[in-house]
Design a binder for this molecule. Structure first.
Ligand code: ADP
Length: 231
């Protein structure tokens, strides 16, 4: 049987072209930059630093705060600057996806702040935000159980596919962004839009595991490249 070829020429199990780099912002404690297809995403991490507000600090560990923001020029139609429901939801879910892997208990009464700036968006920004946040935390040398990886899988023209573009996200039958701790295989985040049979869902989840394995390799390479460059 001929393999399904997607509109942008990819096979069902191929990512868009991807680049990852860490340590690019001088004034952040850790940073990462990711390009994937038409996405360009910059992440900065500040902390851990003492949180003076008694109301917001926790005596038994750091508070992880995440802010996802889309620049006005990140999409074709100018996006109104500032928070909206979508960015509030994505900030919360990225923070929840990352929290299980960080040793927050090492930093009582502190905060770790993650800023995710989407400079250009083309589908998949929440997953790339998780990947970038994880990289920037590692770059900030914040101790973690694992380097969280994430990717979206879905169904387009009755085929299970990896890494949906914006167009596939809009016209496809299903979209499932997933974040995984590769060492244990634990899923820390999963959303599902659309309908799949149980068999299709299982196939999609297996593809997400394989996709996250690939992303994890790229994350490790990006971190190693920083130290290779410094030698
Ligand atoms: P994700 O980026 O995680 O796939 P969505 O499914 O909500 O999140 O969005 C899919 C894509 O739709 C985005 O990556 C972006 O390219 C586009 N998009 C999102 N919000 C807007 C907006 N306000 N205006 C134009 N395009 C948008």
């Amino acid at each position: 049987m001929d393999e399904f070829i997607r509109e942008d020429g990819r096979s069902p199990t191929t990512f868009r072209n991807m680049k990852m780099k860490v340590g690019i912002l001088n004034n952040a404690d850790g940073s990462a930059y990711i390009e994937c297809g038409g996405n360009k995403i910059l992440v900065g991490v500040y902390g851990p630093r003492e949180l003076h507000s008694k109301k917001h600090s926790k005596p038994d560990g750091a508070v992880l705060r995440c802010k996802y923001n889309m620049a006005p020029f990140s999409v074709v139609e100018r996006k109104r600057p500032g928070n909206d429901r979508r960015s509030t939801e994505i900030s919360k879910l990225i923070s929840e996806a990352i929290t299980p892997c960080v040793f927050l208990e090492k930093y009582p009464r502190s905060s770790i702040d993650i800023s995710i700036e989407v400079l250009e968006a083309e589908g998949g920004t929440r997953c790339l935000g998780i990947v970038g946040a994880s990289l920037a935390l590692a770059d900030a040398e914040i101790p973690m159980r694992d380097l969280i990886s994430a990717c979206a899988v879905g169904k387009v023209d009755d085929t299970i596919v990896l890494d949906l573009s914006e167009k596939e996200d809009q016209t496809g039958n299903a979209d499932i962004p997933v974040a995984i701790m590769p060492r244990t295989g634990e899923i820390t985040f999963l959303q599902m839009d659309g309908n799949l049979t149980q068999d299709e869902f299982n196939e999609a989840l297996n593809l997400a595991y394989a996709g996250c394995e690939f992303i994890n390799q790229m994350q490790r390479e990006a971190l190693l490249n920083k130290y290779r460059g410094e030698l």
